[in-house]
Design a protein around this ligand. Structure first.
Ligand SMILES: [Zn+2]
Length: 234
């Protein structure tokens, strides 16, 4: 697996992954500018709450401060897919820069979180893929923001197959207990964290992680950072 990833990492031959134009960036400036990033008012941290189309669609998250680069379609969706499923890891740098710009604008007059928590993959899935895309993004952000990344604080316990053969009640139990806090002592010492994901779809993953964190530390402030958010159906 590692050999396969290294080979794929070396595939980048000074061409933009999207338009194939020669250049040293994995994504050229022209293609970056075609990303339909959010502008005002969706660039405000409370947009899930104040924008009715999102607050109706993502009620589980609407009370949390949230930021995203933009909606999950077009060029942004393609970049996330190239990173996640085709192992184009150089794209993590481009996506991190776009998210960093959004973070710096949103937190210009606000304190940054004390730690970043990338949404964990199950260890088996992480092993098969060879990396966790949210960890990669978090490491880029960490060095720019001087905020530590906590990759072992919380763990994913079950893979999808774990639900096979279970009845409805057991499935719900497995689903709600999908994540487990491993470093409770560290968590209790934190006042403010950000959970980082690549795409917010229904908000269920973020909600479950928030529930596990607040069970251990009820007073903690949790912000949500994501590369993209699925747009509600109009
Ligand atoms: Zn390009």
């Amino acid at each position: 697996m590692l050999t396969k990833i290294i080979t794929r990492m070396r595939e980048h031959t000074n061409h933009c992954y999207l338009c194939q134009q020669p250049g040293s960036d994995a994504v050229c400036q022209v293609c970056r500018q075609t990303i339909a990033a959010f502008g005002s008012p969706e660039e405000d941290l409370d947009f899930l709450n104040v924008q009715p189309r999102f607050s109706r669609y993502l009620p589980k998250l609407s009370h949390l401060d949230t930021l995203c680069i933009g909606p999950h379609h077009g060029v942004l969706q393609r970049l996330i897919s190239l990173l996640k499923y085709q192992y184009k890891m150089e794209i993590a740098n481009c996506l991190s820069q776009l998210l960093l710009t959004r973070i710096q604008r949103c937190y210009a007059n606000l304190p940054l979180p004390e730690a970043l928590i990338p949404v964990p993959l199950h260890p088996l899935k992480r092993g098969r893929r060879g990396f966790n895309q949210t960890e990669l993004i978090a490491q880029h952000l960490s060095s720019s923001l001087s905020v530590p990344v906590l990759t072992r604080l919380i763990q994913k316990r079950f893979v999808g197959k774990a639900q096979a053969g279970l009845d409805g009640r057991q499935r719900r139990l497995v689903s709600t207990r999908q994540y487990r806090v491993v470093q409770a002592q560290t968590l209790r010492q934190l006042n403010h964290v950000a959970i980082l994901d690549d795409v917010i779809t229904t908000g269920t993953t973020m909600r479950r992680l928030c529930d596990r964190l607040t069970e251990v530390n009820p007073g903690i402030k949790i912000d949500l950072w994501s590369l993209s958010v699925s747009l509600p159906h109009q």
